[in-house]
Design a protein around this ligand. Structure first.
Ligand SMILES: CCC1=C(C)C2=CC3=N/C(=C\c4[nH]c(/C=C5\NC(=O)C(C)=C5CC)c(C)c4CCC(=O)O)C(CCC(=O)O)=C3CCN2C1=O
Length: 497
């Protein structure tokens, strides 16, 4: 029987890229590149462009701008900005499915003269930060000064797309969210995918009335217009409700992109409507991508130094295994290094009917049950890591105090042979922004939770997660062991031939 999708799954399928409307702090029209005819426009387009814009015709009295756009379209260059000083307007053009989408905003006053000296001192302060928390704190402080939002926070995603507020700057008008966690469903998958390409999104007033596009369907494609890359795209009603519940009338989010992945957001909020000019939005994007490069450099440096330490440990383990005719005994003799290799509290070498336990491990029958479970998973992967084994193997709750987390490497494809590191569960108290399981489903629609007050959850049956460097070190040691076993087999074959 097909299970009905949960309300949250339904919410995560909302096609937010084709709302058929825009926010009212600007206007939008669509040009057919072949003849630069206006084929679609927002209902408020004439408020900004007057009689220059008529559906089904070319723009009039804006020829220089039209020619700039035509030249840009054929150039293949990314998005184009064109100022129309005599109208006090700025046009921002981008391509979408073979069409030209042009967004129009009123040009704001020239940016404050001190902005560039402020930018220079920010870049200097950022470069002086020794770690990621310092970089994040500098950035939220600068963006708050730059934009005047009441609260600016740095929001970092974890592997399950839950997020935590890891830095914050504010003027006290909004409550602090520092250290609070929020569930993945607050920013569903299709939104995260969109934010990985459209990095800066402004909602100046969450109580706006959407402005429809006319005609509703694009006459060229007879499909809704794809507004994924548009700055004025109207926002999902469920998120606007979320903002009102949160007491934030205005927001701006800027994606922190690292190696092409959405690492987190710089998220700005104000209790009252608040607009930021297109120029300042571009500047904030530059600031946040500078932060992203800094974080990437800091994370790479930290990983590199951890790998150097771990490679020295691997070298000592290799020496110990090579010094004995039985590599298993050599490995067991270097117990402290074996545990230090991945920051484990226990390890078990399960091979050729032997079970050698080092440090704090489950009992042998329980280790055999883990090996049986690993073997029947049918996963050809050589390395398996989890911080919560009982989530996949319920019987593991019996030994959560020694092995909530396991990091297992397969030593043979021919018969059950594993090296398994273990970590105990860590009792943790996690503080959420509101009860993460609380949302209301009414009339087939989902409504966000209304409270974001600190809500504590006792986390059980979870160990500290394995880092990428630890998993890589486990993989390196596995390769060293397989190399020794192969060499020994070749030596034996030579002796007996
Ligand atoms: C305090 C930490 C924090 C959180 C947790 C947060 C949430 C957040 N949600 C965002 C977007 C969405 N949430 C949802 C959906 C939900 N939010 C919920 O709470 C629930 C239950 C749903 C239905 C799945 C949707 C559809 C969207 C896409 C809106 C759009 O761009 O059209 C967005 C992106 C809004 C934007 O950037 O335009 C945010 C950022 C704001 N923000 C924060 O600052």
């Amino acid at each position: 029987m097909v299970q009905p999708e949960s309300d949250l799954e339904g919410c995560a399928r909302e096609p937010i890229h084709i709302p058929g409307a825009i926010q009212p702090h600007g206007a939008l029209f669509v040009l057919r590149p072949s003849d630069m005819t206006v084929i679609q426009a927002s209902a408020n387009a004439s408020d900004l462009l007057g009689s220059s814009l008529t559906l089904g015709k070319g723009l009039t009295d804006l020829e220089p701008a039209v020619e700039r756009i035509r030249g840009w379209y054929e150039s293949g260059e990314p998005a184009l900005q064109v100022a129309i000083p005599d109208r006090g307007l700025i046009l921002i053009a981008h391509r979408s499915n073979g069409l030209i989408i042009v967004e129009v905003e009123e040009a704001e006053e020239a940016t404050a003269s001190g902005i560039f000296s402020g930018l220079r001192s920010f870049i200097e302060r950022l470069a002086a930060q020794a770690d990621t928390p310092g970089s994040l704190n500098e950035t939220v402080r600068f963006v708050q000064e730059l934009t005047g939002f009441d609260r600016v926070l740095a929001y970092r995603f974890d592997d399950a797309w839950n997020g935590q507020v890891v830095a914050e700057a504010g003027n006290g008008r909004l409550p602090s969210y520092l250290d609070l966690r929020f569930p993945a469903s607050d920013i569903p998958a299709q939104a995260r995918a969109l934010y990985a390409t459209n990095r800066v999104r402004l909602i100046p007033d969450a109580s706006y009335e959407p402005v429809p596009l006319e005609p509703a369907l694009n006459p060229e494609t007879n499909q809704p217009l794809d507004l994924s890359a548009a700055q004025l795209r109207s926002v999902s009603p469920v998120h606007l409700e979320y903002m009102r519940n949160m007491g934030t009338a205005a927001s701006m989010s800027i994606s922190i992109m690292i190696d092409g992945n959405l690492w987190g957001l710089i998220s700005c909020h104000s209790a009252r409507p608040h607009k930021v000019s297109s120029t300042l939005r571009d500047l904030c994007d530059f600031v946040v991508q500078s932060l992203a490069m800094r974080i990437a450099a800091q994370e790479r440096a930290a990983e590199a130094s951890q790998r150097v330490d771990l490679s020295q440990v691997t070298g000592r383990l290799l020496a110990s295994m090579s010094s004995r005719s039985d590599w298993v005994e050599g490995l067991a003799e270097a117990r402290d290094d074996l545990l230090r290799q991945v920051g484990a509290t226990g390890a078990a070498i399960m091979t050729d009917a032997r079970c050698i336990c080092l440090g704090s491990t489950p009992a042998e029958p329980q280790l055999q049950a883990i090996v049986h479970w690993l073997e029947q998973r049918g996963d050809a992967e050589e390395v398996f890591a989890t911080a919560s084994l009982s989530a996949q193997l319920p019987s593991a709750t019996d030994f959560a105090d020694t092995a909530s987390g396991i990091l297992a490497v397969r030593l043979s494809k021919l018969y059950p042979s594993w090296l398994i590191w273990v970590r105990p569960e860590v009792h943790r108290t996690v503080t959420w922004g509101g009860d993460p399981h609380k949302h209301v489903a009414e009339n087939g629609r989902i409504h966000p939770r209304k409270s974001f007050d600190a809500w504590q959850e006792q986390v059980r049956l979870q160990a500290l997660p394995w880092t990428a460097a630890e998993i890589a070190a486990a993989r390196d040691l596995r390769a060293a062991i397989v190399g020794i076993v192969l060499r020994r087999a070749e030596e034996l074959a030579e002796l007996t031939s």
